[in-house]
Design a protein around this ligand. Structure first.
Ligand code: ZN
Length: 160
């Protein structure tokens, strides 16, 4: 079972997806057209199931006479507290609620690693061009200092 939420009507769809479908990227993308229940035709995004993770479902609805309409749940609930309880009991975390900097940090770390790798390779290539042996070039590019300080591991990864 995978959970998808519509970006337009916020309806939550729970879909049974076979592994072969998943492998072939045959996953629901359109609210209604690709889902078991009817929908509005809006784009779907995957809702991650992360038991125990708190999320900010608050701020996604309107207060009314008959309680509160939860866009996340697609139905009326008594109040936000109830909504939150239901969402958490289902183990939902909205992808949009994940901290943005988690992605940014990953990208930045990767960019820095690639820059460092380029520098190592450049030094290595230059050393070879200047007539040094491969062993000497390696020593020059991947300095003992970098290895001892853990910078090499950080740059290239321990298992690469
Ligand atoms: Zn929809």
């Amino acid at each position: 079972m995978y959970t998808y939420q519509c970006q337009v009507c916020s309806k939550v769809h729970e879909e049974l997806i076979f592994f072969s479908d998943y492998e072939n990227d045959n996953i629901p993308q359109v609210c209604g057209a690709d889902t078991y229940e009817q929908g509005c035709g809006g784009d779907l995004y995957r809702v991650l199931r992360a038991p125990g993770t708190h999320s900010s479902w608050a701020g996604t609805g309107k207060h009314g006479v008959n309680g509160y309409f939860s866009k996340a749940l697609g139905k009326h609930v008594a109040n936000r507290h109830t909504e939150q309880k239901i969402m958490e009991s289902r183990g939902f975390v909205c992808e949009a609620d994940l901290p943005k900097d988690r992605w940014d940090t990953a990208v930045e770390t990767q960019r820095r690693r690639v820059t460092e790798q380029d520098k190592n390779i450049e030094t290595y290539t230059e050393a070879l061009k200047s007539g040094k042996t491969k062993e000497e070039a390696v020593v020059e590019a991947f300095t003992a200092h970098d290895a001892v300080s853990g910078k090499l591991d950080e740059t290239w990864g321990k298992n690469e």
